[in-house]
Every structure is written in C-alpha cells, then in structure tokens.
Ligand binder design. Structure first.
Ligand code: 3HC
Length: 698
C-alpha cells in the first residue's frame, strides 16, 4: 500500500512496504534552500518515528539531484536548520538512509549524499564540490566526510578544481556504491529493497577513519600558492581537509568557520557575482520570442575570426558553409578550422570521432549562392562599411526568406548595414571574440529594426555554441570595445607620462587581468588597433590628447607576435621588452617635452579602473547594456577580467561610487577633456546608490 504525505511544498514522503521514499522537488536544480532543509529533517524524523518503516531513500524530482546550497541565500541572515546540521541528523538516523542521485549532485547536494548511508548513481550522473568556483569551500561536511570516504587526495582534487566527476570515476573511488539505469523513483525503491535484503551495504561515513595524506596536502598547498593565490578560500579548504583525521564534530565546526569566513571575502563575493552574471545576461526583453530554427549556417570570411566562428559552429553541431573570395584563401580558412578542431581534441573539448564528423559538416565554397538555403549567415570580413554593405546587398538577394543575417563587426553601425537590405528585421550583430572557438563572450547587437525572434535566435545560437550571449545596443564598439576604446586612451597617457609597457602590464596582471594590455595588443596584432585609430581619426575632438606612440611602432611594421616584435620581442623562448619600442617611447616623450615620472602599480590600476568604470557607467546610462551586470559579463567572458573581482561594475561598488567620482574630479585637474564625471555616476553617488541595486531593481 502506498501512502504519500506532503511535508511542505518542496518535500514529500511516500511509504510503501517498509520503505520511506523522501522526494525533493525544488525546481530548477533542487537547491537545498530553507524549505528543502526543513522538510528533509521532518521527513526523516517522521520515517524514523514510523515503526513500519525499515529503510529511507532520498531522491529528487526533475532534471537533477540537489545541485548545491541555494546560492541566493548567501549573504542573507542564515535560516535554520543549517545544512551541516541536516546532514549530521540524517547520518545519525537510526534507520538506514540511502540516496539515489541523478543529473548532478554538487556541493551541498553531494554533501547531503555523503551523509546518507549508501549512494546509488543513475547513469550519466556527475558529482562534484564546485564551491571553489564560487570562491568558497564545501561547508556541509564535504571536507570531513570526503577524506573519510575517498581519501584526502581525491577530495582535494575535486574540491580545489571544482570539476564534475563522472559516475564511473566516482564509483571507482567508492564515492558512490553502484550505478543503475532507469526511473529515479523505481531505482530508489529497488535499492531500498536491496538494503532490506542485505544486498546493498550501508554505513555512516562520519564513523570511518580518514588517513592523513601529507604528500597530497603538500602538493595542494604548493599548487594553490602557485595558481590560486587570489582565491581566499583555497588554503582554507586545504586546512579543513587536513582536520579530517580528528573528531567529526571538531572538523565540521572548523569547516563551517572557514566557510563563513570565505563568504565574506571579496573573492567569494566576486565569484558568486560572476556565477549570476553568466546567467543574468539571458534575461532579455525578447526572452519570450520563439527563436528561428538554425541547423545550417554560412560564414563569410575565412580569416582568424571567420575560421574561429566556423569552428565554434561545427563544435556546436551545426553545418557550416564557409565562403571566401579565392580558392587559396578558402583553403587557408579550411586549414585553420582543421587546426582549431585538432586543438579542441587535444584540450579534451571534443572526441576524435566528433572531430571527423565536425569537419565533414564543413562545406567551403567561393560561391555565395551556396548560402541560398542556410538559416543564418555571419559575415566576418574586414572592417570596412562599403565592403559590408556590398555583402549584405548580395545576401539579401541570395538568402531564403526568414534567414537571419548577422555581421561580426566589432564597431560598425548595424542599422546602416541593415538599411541596404529589404529585410532589416532579420539583421543583427553577432560579435564574437578572438579566438572565437575559445572565448565565451558573444555580443548580440540589436539594431533599430531587429525582430524579437531574431534576437532570440542570436541567443539560442549562443547557447548552442556554449557562449555567454550578452544583449548590446548599437553604438561605436557596442559594450566591450566602446569601453576598451576609452580606457585604452588612459593606458597611452600613462605610457607617455612615464610608465613603461612592462610596468603597466605587470601592475594590471597584479590586479588579476589574465594578460596586460600591451601583451594583448601584441597577441591580437597591433595593426588592428592602428586601422581602428585611423578610422576614428576624423571623429576625434580637436581638444583630445592624442598619443602617437602606437602609430610609430606600427609604422616600423612591428605588429606584435606575428611579426616577432611589437611592444615586446618574441625571438627567444622568453618574451622581453623591445628596446627599439622603448627608444620610440623615449623619443616621443622627449618630443612632447615630457619628463617621465614614476607610476606606482596602485596608481596604474586606479587610473585604468576609473577610466573603465566611467565609460561602463555611460554604456549603462545610454542603454547600450541592459544592466551593470551585463557589462560585468562582457569583461569576465571576453576581456580576461578576473573572476575573483566579479567584473568592473561589481568592483566599482567595492571601491564605492562616491570615491570614484572624487577620483575622476581629481584626475580632471590635469585633463578635464578626458576625465569627466558621467552624470549617471554622479547621480548614483548623490543618491547613495550602487550598481548592484540597479541589477536587482532595488
Ligand atoms: N542555488 C540557487 N540557484 C541556482 C543554483 C544554486 N545552487 N544552481 C543553479 N541555480 C539557478 C541558476 O541561477 C539558474 O537560474 P535562472 O534560470 O533564474 O537564471 C537556474 O538555476 C538554472 O541554472 P543553469 O542555467 O546553470 O542550469 P544548467 O542546467 O545549465 O546547469 C547546474 C545546472 C550544473 C546545476 C548549474 O546550475 C550549476 O553548476 N549550479 C551551481 C552548482 C554549485 O555551485 N553548487 C554549489 C553551491 S555552494 C554549496 O553548495 C555550499 C555548500 O557546501 C554548503
């Protein structure tokens, strides 16, 4: 006989033949929020109090087991019962409790499972302790029960990498006890019957002994010192794991203390913000529109960008027609794509079979008419409005009705491009970032007439290509490159006034940027910025301070890595500052009558960030970015902004908007044309507001 009780709106308890099935139902990912925790305790208590019940099985409804603590509760006053207490009470249950896991059992979800007396995984399950990716550490016994069950080395591996472990690997470690296939509830019933029949052993993880693994602890400490020095929770995690050989209660108390401390650290707050940024960007006004189906796309241009986009599309399972003007260029594009796909296999992003299938989906051609039946076209030729207009005029004549026509332009006006077609509603910008098959950012640029379902199609394409798509409005440079163009000037001002390229790079890398701006320039090719400066020259206000150093470098034919020299020299294994570039810098300073002065790393970082934040504020005020968090996502996923800082506008709140206004006003004393307080920022400062409040609408 079956009898089901609703404990609360997240937890139900079903009793059948001596088995209590506890079901968690908290969509979308069954996060262990307060109601889940409370309901679990009550359900396990009720099952323990029922003399008919002999075994308890916990499972979850929907697409996944518990994917962790409810991250939205972090930073708010804690609500009891706390997850570690729930875990401890489940472990202490007099009757055996098992868990049946499907989808993902992550963080607090895995910790909950570790507190049950046996774990059954459904095929396809992935488990992990991803707290480190949020700047945290496991806070509900993961650092204590993990070492007891799978040893310190395996626990440190998953807790410091945050990686998701496949069921088979978890089974080989003894993290789960078996793998089954089938419906979760049915598997839970069968596993519970196995417990009753003695076919599935149960034991309390907390009663096992952990063995101290000094080598693993030392290796982890060395790795963290080298690679994760900015993540405050990483050393705390190691020290918590090291305590697992002592009494469980003491280890858990220490872990909790570390977890609470980690929550307050800037790296914890920054990384949690980054987690939400990655997801918040999908919330667009067009979210309700139905995307058009896209299986076949055209890519025009086989250069670095076009090849990268084609690679990303092939990796996303699409058919790709690649168009170039001549056979030779086409072959170069095809070869680049093949090389990119080889790299994806080497990096473990794709299997060898998928590689061959992907390459087989590529159809190179010099005939644009082959685009007649594609669902979407991305034009990725060089930045010239006339050339782009010509291409879009042809596409308008060739492509089937309803095909989405996109430009990958980094700066140019999409409205102007759309106007040459008879279907401006189908035109938008899809701005990828180089290397396009690796960088996760995709700016979806919405022009004046772009139809909602075309915007939705851009976002759906982003998802299929595993990109972080961000909605941007039309302006010179959209979100990212517009802000870059602004702070790029302050970098040049500092260079002219006395800070050398390697000093600026070192200061900004010290702040946490993946790569300093001069190294990035050398990598991307200095000719790109040069062409851009020439395009913008007529738009430059006469009173704007202009630094010609980068132009002088380019005039030498030094375009960075690809020519062996730029700001740095690349003729050795080690890169080193280019003395000839330094001579040009010195000469230009002398020509302008500037006596170079010293910049501290702090001043370099302050000027850089203040410039970046000023223009970011303007981009939000102008509606080019929907919210501050969209700007953060652009810089996190497209410009190597450190995740542990959360993004420029999250960081702006850490500095304080009033302080930023004061800094701009101070800098304005030396250059009032460049340093202007954006009215939006001033208003925020005057009203005691923050960028965070604008994200949530508070
Ligand atoms: N808490 C609150 N909300 C969460 C959440 C969580 N732990 N995990 C996901 N969500 C939300 C997302 O914000 C998103 O909300 P939205 O639709 O409003 O934007 C929604 O759930 C769906 O998430 P995804 O878009 O990421 O869905 P996917 O299917 O692509 O991915 C997932 C599912 C793999 C579970 C992924 O969501 C994920 O990695 N989640 C985070 C897992 C995690 O970090 N867990 C550890 C939390 S910290 C912890 O447990 C502390 C403990 O030790 C005490």
């Amino acid at each position: 006989m079956t009898d089901t009780t609703r404990i609360n709106d997240k937890i139900s308890l079903e009793r059948q033949d001596g088995i209590a099935l506890v079901r968690i139902d908290n969509p979308p990912v069954n996060a262990s929020g307060q109601a889940v925790r409370q309901g679990l305790l009550e359900a396990v208590d009720a099952a323990n109090a029922d003399t008919d019940v002999k075994v308890i099985a916990i499972y979850a409804a929907g697409r996944t087991f518990v994917a962790g603590a409810d991250i939205r509760e972090f930073g708010k006053p804690p609500k009891s019962p706390a997850l570690p207490d729930v875990c401890n009470q489940i472990e202490a249950s007099g009757k055996p409790v098992i868990s049946v896991l499907h989808g993902t059992a992550l963080g607090g979800g895995l910790e909950l499972a570790l507190a049950t007396h046996a774990r059954v995984g459904i095929k396809g399950l992935r488990v992990g302790l991803p707290e480190i990716l949020l700047g945290l550490l496991p806070g509900a016994g993961g650092t204590q029960r993990g070492p007891r069950l799978i040893g310190m080395a395996n626990t440190l591996d998953i807790a410091l990498s945050g990686r998701q472990v496949k069921a088979e690997e978890a089974l080989s470690w003894g993290l789960i006890d078996r793998i089954e296939t089938g419906d979760v509830r049915e598997v839970a019933l069968a596993a519970a019957r196995d417990v009753l029949a003695g076919r599935l052993a149960t034991r309390r993880t907390g009663e096992l002994e952990a063995t101290r693994d000094e080598a693993a602890l030392e290796a982890a400490r060395a790795m963290v010192a080298k690679k994760m020095a900015r993540i405050a929770s990483a050393p705390l995690c190691i020290e918590a794991v090291a305590r697992a050989t002592g009494p469980l209660a003491e280890g858990m108390a220490f872990e909790r203390q570390c977890f609470t401390e980690a929550l307050k650290t800037p790296s914890g707050q920054g990384m949690i913000h980054a987690f939400f940024a990655e997801r918040a960007v999908a919330k667009i006004p067009e979210a309700g529109a139905t995307p058009r189906p896209v299986t076949k796309i055209g890519v025009i241009g086989g250069g670095t960008m076009g090849s990268g986009i084609a690679t990303a599309a092939l990796m996303g399972g699409l058919e790709v027609r690649l168009i170039e003007v001549a056979d030779e260029a086409l072959e170069r594009g095809r070869a680049t794509i093949a090389k990119n796909l080889d790299g994806a296999v080497k990096r473990g992003k794709m299997s060898a079979e998928k590689h061959d299938a992907a390459l087989a989906r590529l159809a190179p051609s010099t005939d644009m008419h082959t685009l007649a039946d594609v669902d979407l076209v991305i034009e990725a030729v060089f930045e010239n409005m006339e050339v782009k207009k010509e291409i879009f005029t042809k596409l308008d004549a060739i492509c089937k009705p309803g095909a989405v026509l996109a430009s990958n332009t980094s700066y140019l006006n999409i409205d102007e491009i759309a106007r040459v077609t008879s279907r401006p509603q189908d035109v938008l910008g899809l701005h990828f970032f180089s290397p396009a098959h690796i960088m996760r950012l995709l700016e979806v640029v919405v022009a004046e007439k772009t139809a909602p379902e075309v915007v939705a199609t851009g976002f759906a394409l982003g998802k299929a290509l595993r990109k972080v798509a961000v909605r941007a409005g039309v302006c010179d440079g959209f979100i990212g490159n517009r802000i870059l163009a602004h702070y790029g000037k302050v970098i040049m001002y500092m260079l002219m006034d006395g800070a050398d390229p390697a000093e600026i790079d070192a200061a900004l890398e010290g702040f946490g940027l993946a790569m300093g701006p001069f190294k990035v320039g050398d990598l991307a090719g200095l000719d790109i910025g040069w062409a851009e400066r020439k395009r913008r020259a007529p738009l430059r206000p006469a009173e704007e301070r202009y630094i010609p150093i980068a132009d002088r470098i380019c005039e030498q034919g030094w375009f960075g890595r690809k020519t062996g020299r730029g700001w740095y020299l690349y003729d050795d294994a080690e890169i080193r500052p280019n003395p000839a570039a330094q001579a040009i810098i010195d000469a230009e300073r002398a020509r302008a009558g500037i006596t170079p002065r010293k910049f501290t790393p702090e001043e370099i970082v302050d000027r850089f960030l203040t410039a970046m934040i000023s223009e970011s504020a303007r981009v939000v005020a102008d509606g080019i970015a929907q919210r501050p968090i969209d700007v953060d996502a652009v810089f996190l996923f497209g410009y190597g902004f450190p995740r542990f800082r959360g993004g420029p506008l999250h960081h702006a709140d850490q500095i304080g908007v009033a302080e930023l206004v004061a800094r701009i006003e101070a800098y304005a004393k030396e250059d009032a044309q460049y340093w202007q307080v954006p009215p939006f920022l001033r208003k925020l400062a005057e009203t005691g507001g923050s960028f965070a409040a604008l994200n949530t609408g508070d």
